[in-house]
Design a protein around this ligand. Sequence first.
Ligand SMILES: [Mg+2]
Ligand SMILES: [Zn+2]
Length: 134
Amino acid sequence: MKLVILDRDGVINKDSDAFVKNADEWIPIDGSIKAIARLCKAGFTVVVATNQSGIGRGLFDLDALNAMHKKMHTLVEKAGGKITGVFYCPHGPDDGCACRKPKAGLINAIEQDLNTSANGAIVIGDSLRDLQAG
Ligand SMILES: [Mg+2]
Ligand SMILES: [Zn+2]
């Protein structure tokens, strides 16, 4: 499997210092949706691995997160692509979880869910911790 693991905020959609908290605030970066569709057409399986500590911080809830991801999926599908899975860490930095990047928990979850190895996967992020997780 040709696997691409994308960060979300700052890679697919515009990031915000005030957190992206709802679907209205979830605004794609120019070209990102088309790029995902092109990856799919080139035979890549595309998944998202994203830290969403805004949930742990009480800034938004799972319904809001699902609404953002529904918007993302709809746009990608309209462009002819598909995001196979969205893997997120809902925890805060002090929760001591195993999934918040730079830890590898999300990557492990991707391997389990897709029943594949992430060895050789392409990891794309806009922060060092994305690449450390990779
Ligand atoms: Mg990011
Ligand atoms: Zn976590």
